[in-house]
Design a protein around this ligand. Sequence first.
Ligand SMILES: *Cc1c(COP(=O)(O)O)cnc(C)c1O
Length: 393
Amino acid sequence: MSAKKDANFATQCIHGGLSPDPQTGAVMTPIYQTSTYAQEEPGKHKGYEYARTGNPTRTALQDNLAAIEKGKFGICFSSGLAAMDNVLRLLQPGDEVLASDDLYGGSYRLLTAVFGPFGIKSRFIDMRDPANVEREISKDTKMLWIETPTNPMLNIVDIEALTAISKDHGIISVVDNTFASPYLQQPLTLGADIVLHSATKYLGGHSDVVMGAVILNDEETAKKLYYLQNAAGAVPGPQDCFLVLRGIKTLHLRVQRACENARQIVKVLQNNDLVANIYYPGLEDHPRHEIAKKQMRDFGGMVSFDLKEDTLEAATQVMKNTHYFTLAESLGGVESLIGHPASMTHASIPREQRLSVGLTDSLIRLSVGVEDVEDLVSDLEGALAAAVSTSVD
Ligand SMILES: *Cc1c(COP(=O)(O)O)cnc(C)c1O
């Protein structure tokens, strides 16, 4: 049964926006695998005409997403970047996006290589200090693109402070909430205009689907985005919508366990002589620890670190020797992943720019999964030990 408005988060994950199938009573939302819908007479139908425009499985997911992000409207796209692409189409040539200088590589590429030639300007700035963001706003700035925690440096920016500034200047604020998931933070409640997700990550949660989503409160902007969803057509299929709906039912359990496991992993890294820097917002000496505590329920399952021997070779030795941490791009699934941003997710960002934000050659990023933490700890300790013995040889 659909969740009541005041229901808490886990209840919203399982029930938010959902009700049993009106036709059959099926408790789980059916996969409406159809491209078109019968009409009684021309123009007389049950609310669905063609599946690019609408599909009941997608509608259920969109309503569920709105519930878990505490927004009015949810809109799904075929990937996180397709969601971003549609959000950027709200802008006009000459408009400028101010984005965080420590941004998901694909977002950087979309802004610079795809929208740049169409006259949408973007600048990448340090958003950790809100005063700096305010200083950087120009007369053309129309959108603030916020990521927090950032990828892969796990920087934290103060959502409430930045959305207050964007409101003062009449700028649309967008928060890419992929890393935190709505279990950890709900940017709309902190003043954001638009929340964006790569649902491929924590929302789907099982590394078996690619999808994006946008959640917002403003009806006029929502209408524009529904229009674009249909007009540009980057829609997800019903099977994928079903998978993400199913993923969200355990979002709170998965993210909670990932947070607990990450905390233990960080302790192991702190006690290892090979490790140079650890990036994790749960550390008390993380420069924005207090803000993370203020705006997040817990500190997430993402941990980055680099090595005292700051070379790709040293990092490769570690990554080659893990067993459960699978070397792969992406994050947010039940299984633990290990990755090398400089050569993988962030390869499209110039090296100078990478180094200027601390993204060194040996930086390793972990997406801590929900396995038994003892197994993850011994896996990582073993891989670090193997890297030492190889470097001694
Ligand atoms: C993966 C990711 C994206 C892009 O999403 P896709 O589903 O891969 O298109 C955007 N932002 C962040 C933070 C991501 O991790």
